[in-house]
Design a protein around this ligand. Sequence first.
Ligand code: RTP
Ligand code: MG
Length: 142
Amino acid sequence: MAVERTFSIVKPDAVGKNVIGKIYSRFEENGLRIVAAKMLQLSEEVAGGFYAEHRERPFFPALIEFMTSGPVLVQVLEGENAIAKNRELMGATNPQEADAGTIRADFAESIDANAVHGSDSPASAAREIAYFFAASEICDRA
Ligand code: RTP
Ligand code: MG
Protein backbone atom coordinates (compact mmCIF):
# COMPACT_ATOMS: atom_id res chain seq x y z
CA MET A 1 0.00 0.00 0.00
CA ALA A 2 1.26 3.46 -0.86
CA VAL A 3 2.26 6.15 1.61
CA GLU A 4 -0.21 9.00 1.12
CA ARG A 5 -0.82 12.47 2.51
CA THR A 6 -4.21 13.75 3.59
CA PHE A 7 -5.50 17.07 4.91
CA SER A 8 -7.18 17.37 8.30
CA ILE A 9 -8.84 20.11 10.38
CA VAL A 10 -9.50 20.10 14.13
CA LYS A 11 -12.67 22.20 14.02
CA PRO A 12 -13.61 25.09 16.40
CA ASP A 13 -15.73 22.90 18.72
CA ALA A 14 -12.83 20.53 19.43
CA VAL A 15 -10.31 23.38 19.85
CA GLY A 16 -12.78 25.01 22.29
CA LYS A 17 -13.11 21.77 24.27
CA ASN A 18 -9.30 21.56 24.63
CA VAL A 19 -9.05 18.11 23.01
CA ILE A 20 -6.45 18.91 20.31
CA GLY A 21 -3.91 16.58 21.96
CA LYS A 22 -6.40 13.73 22.31
CA ILE A 23 -7.26 13.99 18.61
CA TYR A 24 -3.59 14.20 17.57
CA SER A 25 -2.99 11.05 19.67
CA ARG A 26 -5.62 9.18 17.63
CA PHE A 27 -3.65 10.02 14.47
CA GLU A 28 -0.29 9.06 15.96
CA GLU A 29 -1.52 5.86 17.60
CA ASN A 30 -2.91 4.71 14.26
CA GLY A 31 0.16 5.15 12.10
CA LEU A 32 -0.39 8.69 10.81
CA ARG A 33 2.42 11.24 11.15
CA ILE A 34 1.79 15.00 11.43
CA VAL A 35 4.09 16.47 8.75
CA ALA A 36 2.66 20.05 8.82
CA ALA A 37 0.43 21.94 11.28
CA LYS A 38 -0.75 25.44 12.21
CA MET A 39 -3.53 27.20 14.14
CA LEU A 40 -5.68 29.67 12.21
CA GLN A 41 -8.77 31.82 12.58
CA LEU A 42 -10.57 31.25 9.26
CA SER A 43 -12.19 34.22 7.53
CA GLU A 44 -15.53 33.78 5.72
CA GLU A 45 -13.64 34.02 2.41
CA VAL A 46 -11.12 31.31 3.29
CA ALA A 47 -13.76 28.99 4.79
CA GLY A 48 -16.06 29.57 1.79
CA GLY A 49 -13.30 28.77 -0.68
CA PHE A 50 -12.38 25.64 1.22
CA TYR A 51 -15.98 24.35 1.21
CA ALA A 52 -16.78 25.71 -2.31
CA GLU A 53 -18.24 22.31 -3.37
CA HIS A 54 -21.05 22.86 -0.79
CA ARG A 55 -21.83 26.49 -1.73
CA GLU A 56 -25.34 25.70 -3.05
CA ARG A 57 -26.29 23.35 -0.20
CA PRO A 58 -28.84 24.49 2.43
CA PHE A 59 -26.38 23.91 5.28
CA PHE A 60 -23.62 26.10 3.72
CA PRO A 61 -24.33 29.32 5.75
CA ALA A 62 -24.38 27.36 9.03
CA LEU A 63 -21.20 25.53 8.01
CA ILE A 64 -19.33 28.79 7.35
CA GLU A 65 -20.65 30.40 10.54
CA PHE A 66 -19.44 27.43 12.54
CA MET A 67 -16.04 27.12 10.84
CA THR A 68 -15.33 30.82 11.51
CA SER A 69 -16.62 30.75 15.12
CA GLY A 70 -13.16 30.17 16.63
CA PRO A 71 -9.66 28.97 15.83
CA VAL A 72 -8.97 25.72 14.01
CA LEU A 73 -5.89 23.53 13.67
CA VAL A 74 -5.01 22.51 10.11
CA GLN A 75 -2.61 19.65 9.49
CA VAL A 76 -1.19 17.32 6.88
CA LEU A 77 -1.15 13.64 7.89
CA GLU A 78 1.12 11.11 6.22
CA GLY A 79 1.00 7.32 6.28
CA GLU A 80 -0.06 4.11 4.54
CA ASN A 81 -3.52 4.61 3.06
CA ALA A 82 -3.75 7.92 4.97
CA ILE A 83 -6.90 9.27 3.26
CA ALA A 84 -9.13 6.27 4.02
CA LYS A 85 -7.43 5.64 7.38
CA ASN A 86 -8.19 9.17 8.56
CA ARG A 87 -11.84 8.93 7.40
CA GLU A 88 -12.13 5.65 9.33
CA LEU A 89 -10.67 7.25 12.49
CA MET A 90 -13.06 10.24 12.14
CA GLY A 91 -16.31 8.25 11.86
CA ALA A 92 -19.55 9.29 10.15
CA THR A 93 -20.34 12.98 9.48
CA ASN A 94 -23.23 12.82 11.98
CA PRO A 95 -21.71 11.82 15.34
CA GLN A 96 -24.97 10.04 16.26
CA GLU A 97 -24.20 7.63 13.40
CA ALA A 98 -20.45 7.36 14.03
CA ASP A 99 -19.01 4.00 15.12
CA ALA A 100 -17.96 3.69 18.77
CA GLY A 101 -14.35 4.65 19.33
CA THR A 102 -14.18 7.10 16.42
CA ILE A 103 -13.15 10.74 16.92
CA ARG A 104 -16.65 12.03 16.11
CA ALA A 105 -18.36 9.50 18.40
CA ASP A 106 -16.06 10.49 21.26
CA PHE A 107 -15.63 14.27 20.81
CA ALA A 108 -18.45 15.63 18.58
CA GLU A 109 -21.89 16.93 19.52
CA SER A 110 -23.81 17.38 16.26
CA ILE A 111 -23.61 17.21 12.47
CA ASP A 112 -22.55 20.87 12.50
CA ALA A 113 -20.09 20.74 15.38
CA ASN A 114 -18.43 17.49 14.37
CA ALA A 115 -14.85 17.96 15.63
CA VAL A 116 -12.80 17.16 12.52
CA HIS A 117 -12.53 17.38 8.77
CA GLY A 118 -10.64 14.92 6.57
CA SER A 119 -10.09 14.82 2.80
CA ASP A 120 -12.39 12.34 1.06
CA SER A 121 -10.26 11.48 -2.04
CA PRO A 122 -6.74 11.87 -3.45
CA ALA A 123 -7.92 14.82 -5.57
CA SER A 124 -9.47 16.56 -2.52
CA ALA A 125 -6.35 15.89 -0.46
CA ALA A 126 -4.10 17.50 -3.08
CA ARG A 127 -6.39 20.55 -3.43
CA GLU A 128 -6.90 21.00 0.32
CA ILE A 129 -3.20 20.62 1.24
CA ALA A 130 -2.26 23.21 -1.39
CA TYR A 131 -5.08 25.52 -0.19
CA PHE A 132 -3.54 25.82 3.29
CA PHE A 133 0.16 24.95 2.98
CA ALA A 134 3.11 26.03 0.85
CA ALA A 135 5.39 23.12 -0.08
CA SER A 136 8.07 24.68 2.17
CA GLU A 137 5.76 24.30 5.21
CA ILE A 138 5.48 20.51 4.85
CA CYS A 139 8.25 18.55 6.55
CA ASP A 140 9.39 15.29 5.03
CA ARG A 141 9.60 12.86 7.95
CA ALA A 142 9.78 9.58 5.98
P1 RTP B 1 -15.91 17.32 6.30
O1 RTP B 1 -15.90 17.72 4.84
O2 RTP B 1 -16.06 18.48 7.24
O3 RTP B 1 -14.76 16.41 6.62
O4 RTP B 1 -17.19 16.40 6.57
P2 RTP B 1 -17.73 15.21 5.68
O5 RTP B 1 -16.84 14.99 4.49
O6 RTP B 1 -17.96 14.07 6.61
O7 RTP B 1 -19.12 15.81 5.21
P3 RTP B 1 -19.47 16.74 3.95
O8 RTP B 1 -20.59 16.09 3.22
O9 RTP B 1 -18.23 17.09 3.17
O10 RTP B 1 -20.05 18.05 4.64
C1 RTP B 1 -19.18 19.06 5.16
C2 RTP B 1 -19.69 19.51 6.50
O11 RTP B 1 -20.96 20.15 6.31
C3 RTP B 1 -21.80 19.84 7.41
N1 RTP B 1 -23.01 19.17 6.94
N2 RTP B 1 -24.19 19.43 7.40
N3 RTP B 1 -26.96 19.45 7.92
C4 RTP B 1 -26.48 18.62 7.01
O12 RTP B 1 -27.16 17.86 6.37
C5 RTP B 1 -25.04 18.64 6.77
N4 RTP B 1 -24.41 17.88 5.90
C6 RTP B 1 -23.12 18.23 6.01
C7 RTP B 1 -21.07 18.91 8.34
O13 RTP B 1 -20.56 19.68 9.43
C8 RTP B 1 -19.94 18.37 7.48
O14 RTP B 1 -18.81 18.05 8.26
MG1 MG C 1 -16.29 16.52 3.18
